[in-house]
Design a protein around this ligand. Sequence first.
Ligand code: ATP
Length: 268
Amino acid sequence: MIEAEGLGRTFKVRRTVVHAVKDLSFSVEAGEFVGCLGPNGAGKSTTIKMLTGILAPTAGRIQVAGLDPARRRKALARRIGVVFGQRTTLWWDLPLRDSFELIRLLYKVDRVRFAERLAEMCAILDLGGFLRTPVRQLSLGQRMRGDLAAALLHDPDLLVLDEPTIGLDVVSKAGVREFLLRMNAERGTTVLLTTHDLGDIEKLCRRVLLIDHGRLAFDGSVAGLRALVPGETSIEEVVTRLYLSSTPAGSPRIRPLPPADDRPSGTA
Ligand SMILES: Nc1ncnc2c1ncn2[C@@H]1O[C@H](COP(=O)(O)OP(=O)(O)OP(=O)(O)O)[C@@H](O)[C@H]1O
């Protein structure tokens, strides 16, 4: 479903070049549920933007559903759904239902299929009570449910989520997580998400990609991630220690640490 090889992206900021993503290679098979972790500024959103065709890579190559995202944005849009937790793709002043109808027209979804899909989304995400409410009047949790439905109305093969649970209360978070698990299990939708919420990682992801300074620092299971910091059982503590061990760009990246007992005091 996703093939990234030597992927890189630089930005020119005045006279300096920022390497947001550097020589990143990974692949994701159809049906996987993959979480992408990394400290602030690690390059996660830039990676997502390259996956979805919003940004073109400056090095390497990427294929999503067999397409080059930056060159085949329109064709790719039919195959993927995207949710940015910090932004909405819905029309701010329109009732939620009208946003969905616009999406139907944009994606040219057949009316009957659309009605079935919308009914299914309304039932699972409990949208019925606010379909006629303008998006600007929705709570964050309601808006996120609307965004998730909007991303899935055209029944994409791949769902890409950038911090989908940011700002949600525990109950809303649980609802979103349950929904994502259901889409993955029942429909076989491949899911790739970035998050700073380790609950998302533990409860959802069978596989974790850890990005550090734009590079892949770890690719494996949550158990494998824990094993990078021997002796630590809390995932928060494991990830904190890994982030603290991250060194400035150009030096060795996040790496396995010795057991806590062997570490000199004061060492992260
Ligand atoms: N449009 C841009 N212009 C210049 N620099 C950028 C741009 N977008 C991202 N960057 C830089 O690229 C690096 C990676 O940013 P990115 O947003 O991908 O990180 P992130 O892992 O998503 O971070 P966070 O967890 O804080 O959202 C950062 O140093 C950032 O400042």
